[in-house]
Design a protein around this ligand. Sequence first.
Ligand SMILES: O=C(O)CCC(=O)C(=O)O
Ligand SMILES: [Fe+2]
Length: 263
Amino acid sequence: MKHQNTASLLSKGYFLPKKLIPKDQIDELRKFIPNVEKLSAEQHQNYGGAYAGHVNIGLGKKWTAIYASICEIVFNETGVKLESEYCLISAGANLNLPNSFNQRFHTDGDYKLDNLIIHFYIGDVCEKNGPHELVPWSNKSFPTYANFIFGRLSGKLKTSCLTGKSGQIIIRYSNLWHRGTSNTSKVPRYAGTFVMAKKAVVTEIDGQSLNQKLGVIQSNGFKPTNFGRAYEIFSCRFGFVLGLTRFLSSLRQKSFWLSLSNL
Ligand SMILES: O=C(O)CCC(=O)C(=O)O
Ligand SMILES: [Fe+2]
């Protein structure tokens, strides 16, 4: 059983444990996450990502109990020893605000990087309030954006929208194609996010990111400058232009043409 789940994580690129994080731990953590819908317009100006509706927040040291639970659940269901095989390099939460836009499909960081990303839902997540959408197996077989687009157009590449109960863990590789979807409900969607790097790759835990102060909202890829804001609005409204640029530039990559010759 264990081996089957580990194989699913390795090949499909993600795995959803059956067991949920205990409710009391989620409720405890939830108390420390501010209600971002109550932030003033001025506060919204201070960080990037508010227009797109996807922002991050530091979990401070409140992650400890949940981290221990996650390690146990992941070990019981997959056999992966997170604590001894990986270093926790960042602990925060992804907030998906009401009226957010669909993100563009992306990998977190370089395609060659195989960090583990562990999300856990804080509150129930349904189709309406911005579930994460993943492209199974895309960490293995779609090295360029052109591969990704052709896979989508041919219908070979199917996505999975991960709805789930509060406490649901999602464990995935950082190089799996994914996105945060739009939140059409009236309340923000909260998901905790731990980034884990292989011990062999990272020898020192980045104390800075782990000690992030609670309640500090951070940009999710967009800068809180005038130019940053203009770029954010453009990429939400005219994302297809950026997609096209990415598509054309990936046609110049050798790996795309090599993948065609392997068909
Ligand atoms: O949680 C979300 O809505 C977005 C998650 C994500 O993939 C990201 O921000 O990189
Ligand atoms: Fe992401």
